[in-house]
Design a protein around this ligand. Structure first.
Ligand SMILES: Cc1cc2nc3c(=O)[nH]c(=O)nc-3n(C[C@H](O)[C@H](O)[C@H](O)COP(=O)(O)OP(=O)(O)OC[C@H]3O[C@@H](n4cnc5c(N)ncnc54)[C@H](O)[C@@H]3O)c2cc1C
Length: 378
């Protein structure tokens, strides 16, 4: 890098992870160019249920990573001036069968031993918190008071707005097609320039935050970063009056064997989002019939949804590293190509942005990321 010239980082991908990293890089005075092949937030981030949580995250180290990000979400939301894009209030769930109750009690016990403040609640408390719910028989119920959810497209827009105010340049409809590599005389190579549909851009470092496409882009630098196919479906409704009084995320039990559990949240515009199973469940059915069925199941527990219109949303694909854990850091063979690939990227975006910027600009090597280095696949 020439003396006096700002360190230039090209961020590939304007999903929630790339946008957060770009924002944090500009806070550390890097010169940033963001390249997005479509419009910001059109990848996994726009299909996400976007629950901020550390509920099902194991083992302890991965739970802690998510927990640390949860703990800085408030500061991040304030710093990027997110406004109504974040919804706190907690996550509530209940179960119908003794087997599910035993599993829930065990989960809560585990979380509490890790210092996560989820707790079991009585039916009375559940009804006090959400009088509009018709639960059916309750064998156990719990509340995760620090959980919330966000509207990912608003987070992305806010990050990019703040980054641009500090000089970042955002190129949309600009796809990365290649990486020009330079050999250093050793086995290591460096990315000298990024080749795009609009021409070549010189850089000091590159961040690959391209979600499911990160595997193909990393391969252009000779890196093997395997991913799993992880389709998911979250449907919407038309805008509804306010549904939930206290909590922001609701997990509801199966009605019977053919109608499994669902989860639900409401956005600032009144629309309701409904997903099936857990945050990692595989689903490909994005038909109108399936959207109608999910809404019918939600209405079973929340009669106030009667009359709502179900809107199907095309299947989305989670960025999903082969072992399920984030891939973060500069790989040894290409030491200026930073990889940022992960599931639960909505929960993790604030922490990942903050730590990645430290590693990229200051040369720090953050110990809590040691388990997530790309070398485990190389
Ligand atoms: C159904 C579903 C439910 C989920 N639920 C949750 C949840 O409740 N909580 C949670 O924390 N996480 C959840 N996730 C996961 C979370 O949404 C993702 O981890 C997160 O959105 C990943 O963000 P990203 O920025 O890495 O990727 P993306 O949002 O996919 O962004 C990558 C961007 O890169 C761009 N791009 C790709 N290739 C190129 C190229 N060659 N050149 C330029 N640009 C390129 C894409 O267009 C895209 O905009 C869910 C995901 C899904 C699909």
């Amino acid at each position: 890098m020439e003396p006096g010239k700002a360190f230039h980082v090209v961020v590939v991908g304007a999903g929630i992870v790339g946008a957060s990293i770009a924002y944090h890089l500009t806070q550390r005075h890097a010169a940033v160019t963001v390249l997005e092949r479509h419009q910001p937030g059109t990848g996994a981030s726009s299909h996400s249920f976007a629950w901020l949580n550390a509920f099902g995250k194991e083992p302890y180290g991965y739970h802690e990573l998510n927990r640390r990000s949860m703990d800085i979400w408030h500061r991040f939301a304030r710093d990027i001036q997110l406004g109504e894009g974040v919804h706190w209030g907690g996550e509530m769930r209940w179960v119908h069968t003794e087997a599910d109750a035993a599993a829930l009690r065990q989960r809560i016990q585990q979380l509490q031993s890790w210092g996560y403040p989820n707790r079991l609640i009585s039916v009375d408390e559940l009804q006090r918190l959400e009088p509009g719910i018709v639960t059916g028989e309750v064998r156990a119920a719990s509340l995760g008071p620090i959980d919330g959810h966000v509207e990912a497209h608003k987070v992305i827009a806010a990050c990019l707005r703040r980054a641009q105010a500090r000089g970042a340049v955002v190129h949309t409809e600009t796809a990365v097609q290649g990486l020009r590599l330079q050999h250093n005389g050793s086995t290591a190579r460096r990315v000298h320039a990024v080749q795009t549909t609009q021409g070549e851009i010189l850089c000091d470092a590159v961040v690959l935050a391209a979600g499911t496409e990160t595997t193909a882009l990393a391969a252009m630098a000779g890196l093997h970063i395997p991913q799993e196919d992880s389709p998911g479906v979250v449907v919407r409704t038309d805008p509804r009056p306010r549904l939930l009084q206290s909590v922001s995320v609701l997990y509801m039990p199966p009605i019977d064997a053919t109608r499994p559990d669902i989860h639900l949240r409401q956005l600032a515009d009144g629309s309701v989002q409904i997903g099936e199973g857990s945050q990692e469940s595989l689903a490909r059915d994005d038909s109108q019939a399936h959207a109608d069925a999910l809404l019918t199941r939600a209405t079973h527990y929340l009669p106030a949804l009667a009359g709502a219109r179900a809107i199907p949303v095309p299947v989305g694909y989670r960025p999903m590293p082969h072992d399920g854990f984030p891939v973060l850091g500069f790989p040894e063979p290409v030491p200026n190509l930073y990889l940022a690939l992960m599931h639960s990227g909505v929960t993790l975006a604030p922490l990942v942005g903050e730590l990645a910027a430290m590693e990229i600009v200051d040369g720090a090597r953050v110990q809590s990321l040691a388990a997530y280095r790309p070398e485990r696949f190389l």
